[in-house]
Ligand binder design. Structure first.
Ligand code: ADP
Ligand code: ASP
Ligand code: MG
Length: 439
C-alpha cells in the first residue's frame, strides 16, 4: 500500500480538494494523509496568541472569520444539501471546541495544542465526506488513535506500528481510501500534541514506515525538490533523484518542502519517497531512494536563525578532554549543535535553539573567552561529496569569493559542505551558488 500526503495548498480550496480526489481515486487502496487547509494553522496560531493575552474578543473574531471561510468552502465543495449539512455539522464540532477554549480564563500550551489540532481534523472530515458524496468508499482513520510521541517529543515507533495496525483492522478491509490527519498526535501523557510545524510530512513517513508501505508520496505545490530555494533564487530546477542522505541533509538544513526529520523513518525501512506536484501531477518530481548519482552536486539549502558561539583558549593546545567539557555545557541544557569547527586554540559551534544561551555562555566562560554572533545562516551544499571526488570543493568555494564566511564544515558526512554566513548575505550566497554550480 502507498501513503500519499497532501499539503495545505493542495487542499487549500474546494476546487483543490476536488482535484486531489481525482488524483487519489485510481482503484488502488491507499492511506491519504492531509494537512490543514492552507492558512488554517497560522490562523489557529493567531487565535492562540490572543488567548494567551486574554483577548477573548479578538480570538472570537478570528474564529468567526475562519468559520465563515469554511462555510464558503463547504458550499462550493458539495452538490447536495445532505452533504453540506453533514460537513457543516462536522466542522461545527471543531468551532464549538475553539469557542469553549476561548471562554476559559486560562490558556496554556495544553489548550494551545488542542487549538492547533483543529485544522487537520476539519480538512480530513470535509475531504472524506466529499469522497463519500461522489460515491467513493473512503473512511476516516483518526491520527489521535495511533500517532504518538514519547517524553522527549520523539515518535514512539513501536506504539505507532502496533496501534496503526489495530486501528486499520477495525476499519473495513475493502475501503478504497483511509483518510488520516497529518501533524497531530498524542504525547506520552496521552494529551493532544503535534509533530511541529510542517509535521504532516513526518506523519506520512512515520505511517509509511509503520505499515512498510511500497512508497511514500509527498504532494505539494512545486514539482519536487529544487536545486536551490525558489523563494530566494531565480531559475531553480527540480532535482530528479536524491539519496536518502542527501534529502535528509537538505530537509534538515532548510529546504521547506520537507519537514526536517521526515526522511529518517523512510530511510530506516528503505521506502522510496516521491515528491510530487498537485498542480502538475504528470511532472516527474523527485525520487528519494538509496541510489546516489555519482560526482553530482545536487542542491543548496539555507537554515535561518543560527547563533555562532566561539570559545577561545590556550588551554585547548595539546590538551585532551577540552572539547568534552565544552560539549557538556550544551548537553546539560539539551541544546543541539549543528556545525562545529575547531583549531588548536578554539572551537566554534552553531545552535538554533537559543532558549538557554545565557546559561550556556556563562558556563563556557570557565573554559575560555566566549564570543556570540546572532542572525547567522547555514548554507548547505548537498551532493556526492566523497573525498575521492576531486574539484568540487574549489568549485563551491569559488561561489563565496565576494561573501564573508564565518565558518566552513566538511567531512562530517559524504554529502554536504556547510558555510556559515551573516543573514544579510544569505540571498547573495544562494544566488552565487546557483550561478556557479547549476546555471
Ligand atoms: P506543503 O504545504 O505542501 O507542505 P510547503 O509550503 O511546506 O508545502 O513546502 C513547499 C514549498 O517549499 C514550496 O512552495 C517552496 O516555496 C518551498 N521550498 C523551499 N526550498 C525548496 C526546495 N529546495 N525545493 C522545492 N521547494 C522548496
Ligand atoms: N498544518 C501544519 C502546519 O501548517 C502541518 C503541515 O502542514 O505539515 O504546520
Ligand atoms: Mg510542508
Amino acid at each position: 500500500m502507498k501513503v500519499l500526503k497532501f499539503g495545505g495548498t493542495s487542499v487549500g480550496s474546494a476546487q483543490r480538494m476536488k482535484d486531489v480526489a481525482k488524483l487519489v481515486c485510481d482503484g488502488e487502496q491507499k492511506i491519504v494523509v492531509l494537512s490543514a487547509m492552507s492558512g488554517t494553522t497560522n490562523t489557529l496560531v493567531e487565535i492562540s496568541d490572543y488567548l494567551y493575552k486574554k483577548n477573548q474578543m479578538s480570538a472570537n473574531e478570528v474564529i468567526n472569520n475562519l468559520e465563515r471561510k469554511y462555510a464558503g468552502v463547504i458550499d462550493e465543495l458539495y452538490d447536495s444539501d445532505e452533504y453540506k449539512k453533514l460537513a457543516t455539522e462536522a466542522v461545527s464540532v471543531n468551532f464549538t471546541c475553539l469557542r469553549e477554549l476561548a471562554k476559559n480564563n486560562f490558556f496554556t500550551v495544553f489548550e494551545e495544542k488542542i487549538v492547533l489540532s483543529q485544522g487537520e481534523q476539519m480538512s480530513t472530515a470535509m475531504f472524506n465526506l466529499y469522497l463519500n458524496s461522489i460515491g467513493v468508499n473512503s473512511v476516516l482513520l483518526p491520527a489521535l488513535d495511533y500517532m504518538k510521541i514519547d517524553k522527549n517529543g520523539e515518535p514512539d515507533s513501536a506504539y505507532i506500528r502496533e496501534h496503526l495496525q489495530t486501528e486499520l483492522s477495525k476499519l473495513p478491509a475493502d475501503a478504497a481510501l483511509y483518510i488520516t490527519q497529518g501533524y497531530i498526535c498524542r504525547n506520552a501523557y496521552n494529551e493532544i500534541d503535534n509533530l511541529q510545524r510542517g509535521g504532516s510530512d513526518y506523519s506520512a513517513s512515520l505511517i509509511g514506515a509503520a505499515i512498510k508501505a511500497d512508497e511514500i508520496q509527498i504532494w505539494t505545490d512545486i514539482d519536487g525538490m529544487h536545486n536551490n530555494d525558489p523563494r530566494f533564487v531565480e531559475n531553480t530546477k527540480p532535482v530528479a533523484n536524491l539519496s536518502f542522505e542527501e534529502a535528509a541533509e537538505l530537509a534538515y538544513f532548510g529546504a521547506k518542502i520537507l519537514h526536517p526529520t521526515c526522511i529518517l523513518p523512510a530511510k530506516l525501512e528503505n521506502i522510496p519517497v516521491r515528491l510530487l506536484n498537485t498542480m502538475d501531477p504528470k511532472a516527474h518530481g523527485t525520487l528519494i531512494s538509496t541510489a546516489i548519482t555519482p560526482h553530482k552536486i545536487e542542491a543548496v539549502a539555507a537554515k535561518d536563525g543560527i547563533t555562532a558561539i566561539k570559545v577561545k583558549s590556550g588551554r585547548m593546545l595539546l590538551a585532551y578532554g577540552y572539547l568534552r567539557k565544552v560539549f557538556e555545557c550544551f548537553d546539560a541544557h539539551k541544546t543541539s549543535i549543528d556545525m562545529i569547527t575547531t583549531s588548536e586554540v578554539g572551537v566554534s559551534v552553531t545552535i538554533d535553539n537559543t532558549k538557554h544561551l545565557d546559561e550556556i555562555v556563562n558556563e563556557l566562560k570557565k573554559f575560555g573567552t566566549v564570543t556570540v554572533e546572532k542572525d547567522m545562516v547555514i548554507i548547505c551544499v548537498v551532493g556526492d561529496m566523497n573525498s575521492n571526488n576531486v574539484g568540487f570543493q574549489s568549485k563551491i568555494v569559488s561561489a563565496f569569493k565576494d561573501i564573508p564566511v564565518r565558518m566552513v564544515s566538511y567531512g562530517g558526512s559524504n554529502f554536504n559542505v556547510s558555510f556559515l554566513v551573516k543573514a544579510e548575505d544569505k540571498q547573495r550566497a544562494l544566488q552565487s551558488l546557483s550561478d556557479t554550480l547549476f546555471n
